[in-house]
Design a binder for this molecule. Structure first.
Ligand SMILES: [Ca+2]
Ligand SMILES: [Ca+2]
Ligand SMILES: [Ca+2]
Length: 148
């Protein structure tokens, strides 16, 4: 099995994006993903899977079957769906899942709830800065329209 084939086809920006997602899921910072971390990531993304499904998904990504998902495995398996061009409807649907009070915005506390589910604790200041990066109209919340 040849690894890193797909990584070579990605731009450095895409690799960086995948790396950021990977690091976010890697809650203990060990440099690889355990089954527990994968499950947490799925829960945080609003994906409901049974234990069995989570294990199957894990096995499908863990190409060398060493019980851990390394970054190159993650990139190899995830890249295609990650960079698939999403339709507007798909983006809006994903966004809605995080918009708990359904007001069309992701507020700081909603973003914090997602990250907490991923096992990450960010300060309010860090959350504010993350939002500021994508917050075009400067109202302190992420707008659905701004994302699509
Ligand atoms: Ca880990
Ligand atoms: Ca592995
Ligand atoms: Ca909201």
């Amino acid at each position: 099995m040849s690894y890193n084939k797909k990584i070579k086809k990605l731009t450095s920006g895409q690799v960086k994006e995948l790396r950021q997602a990977f690091d976010l899921f890697d809650a203990d910072g060990s440099g690889d993903l355990s089954l527990i971390e994968l499950k947490k990531a799925l829960v945080a993304l609003g994906v409901t899977v049974s234990d069995r499904e989570a294990r199957q998904m894990f096995a499908a990504i863990d190409l060398d079957k060493n019980g851990l998902i390394e970054f190159h495995e993650f990139a190899e398996v995830i890249a295609d769906s990650y960079f698939k061009k999403l339709t507007r409807a798909e983006i809006v649907e994903a966004f809605r899942r995080f918009d708990h009070n359904h007001d069309g915005y992701i507020e700081a506390d909603e973003l914090k709830a997602i990250l907490t589910k991923l096992g990450r604790n960010y300060s309010n200041e860090e959350i504010r800065r993350m939002i500021a990066q994508v917050d075009e109209d400067g109202n302190g919340k992420i707008c659905i329209e701004g994302m699509v």
